[in-house]
Design a binder for this molecule. Sequence first.
Ligand SMILES: C[S@@+](CC[C@H](N)C(=O)[O-])C[C@H]1O[C@@H](n2cnc3c(N)ncnc32)[C@H](O)[C@@H]1O
Length: 314
Amino acid sequence: MKNWRSQILLTRKRLMSSFSYASQLTFFDVPVAEPVVNVASVPQRSPFRYPGGKTWLVPRVRQWLRSLAWKPSLFIEPFVGGGIIGLTVAFEQLASRVLLVERDDQVAAVWKTMLSDDDNEWLAQRILSFDLTHEHVLKELETRSASTKQKAFRAILKNRTFHGGIMAPGSSLIKNGEAGRGLRSRWYPMTLARRIRAIAQVRDHISFIEGDGLAVLQKYAGRDGAAFFIDPPYTAGGKRAGSRLYTYHDVDHPRIFDLAKRIDGDFLMTYDYAEEVVTLALQHGFKTRTVAMKNTHHAHMTELLIGRDLGWSE
Ligand SMILES: C[S@@+](CC[C@H](N)C(=O)[O-])C[C@H]1O[C@@H](n2cnc3c(N)ncnc32)[C@H](O)[C@@H]1O
C-alpha cells in the first residue's frame, strides 16, 4: 500500500502521454464545477454531525438510483460514517434493503443502538434527559463503561460537543460555539431524539456491520442487484483532512477501485478532487465528474464523483 501513490504517478504519466492536449485539460487541470446544491432542501435524518458528511449529495444519489433500470435489492454503504445517504435510501425506499458498514467502534455503537429493538428508545431518552453542562460532559466522557448503548450515547455527546463533530484523537470540546451558546450550540435533544426514533421505524430494512468496508465490498461485489455508495476517508496529497477527521483513515484506495471494477450491479464513489484519484478512475475505465459543494466553514470545495456511467448526472 505504501507505494501506491508513486505507482499512480507513473501510470498518470503514461495516461497523460496517450491523451491529446485538450483531454489532458479536461482530466487533470482545474475542474469546472457544477452549481452548489441547496442543502436546506434535504431532510436531515442522521443524529450525527459528521465530518465529511454527504447531505449535499442526497439529490444526486436520488437521481442516480432513479436512473437505474432496476431497483436495487441491496444498497451498500461500506464507509457509512453519519450515514445520511443510506438513511435517505431506506426512508425513501430507493432500495429494498440497506447494508451499512463502519470500522470506528464509537460510530458503530451508535448504529447498533439505533437499530436495536431494545435500545433505540433508551438512547432517545438518555439524550432528552441529559443535563448538558461542561462538568457533566467531562464526567460522562471519562466513563469507561463497556455497554454498547452507553458507548453510543458518549459518541453522540462527543460528536455534538467537539469541534467540527470530530471524534478522532486530538479533537477538543467546543468553547464558544454558535451565538454564544458554547457547548450547547450543536446540542438539540428533541431533534436528535426525533431522528433516532424515526430510524427505529425503518430499522427492519437496515442492517449494520462493524468491520472493514473493503471486506464487505469484496463479499458483495458479485451480488446481483446491489448498488454501492462508496465514500472512503481520503488522505492523499499530504494536507488532506482525512487523517485529522477520522480515527481510521488509512485505506488502500487502489484496492477499492479494483473491487469497484468487480461490482456486478452499480456504484457511485465520491472523493475530494485530486489528480491521483482521477488517474485511478481512468486506469479502471471509470467516468469522473466534478461537483461544487460548501464545507462546514462555507468554503467552496470541489468533489469528484466516480462511476461506471455518470450520464444520469448531466
Ligand atoms: C468520508 S467518511 C463517510 C462519511 C459519510 N458518507 C457521511 O455522509 O457521513 C468515511 C468513513 O469511513 C470510516 N472508515 C475508515 N476506514 C474504514 C474501513 N476500512 N471500513 C469501514 N469504514 C471505514 C471512517 O471511520 C469514516 O466514518
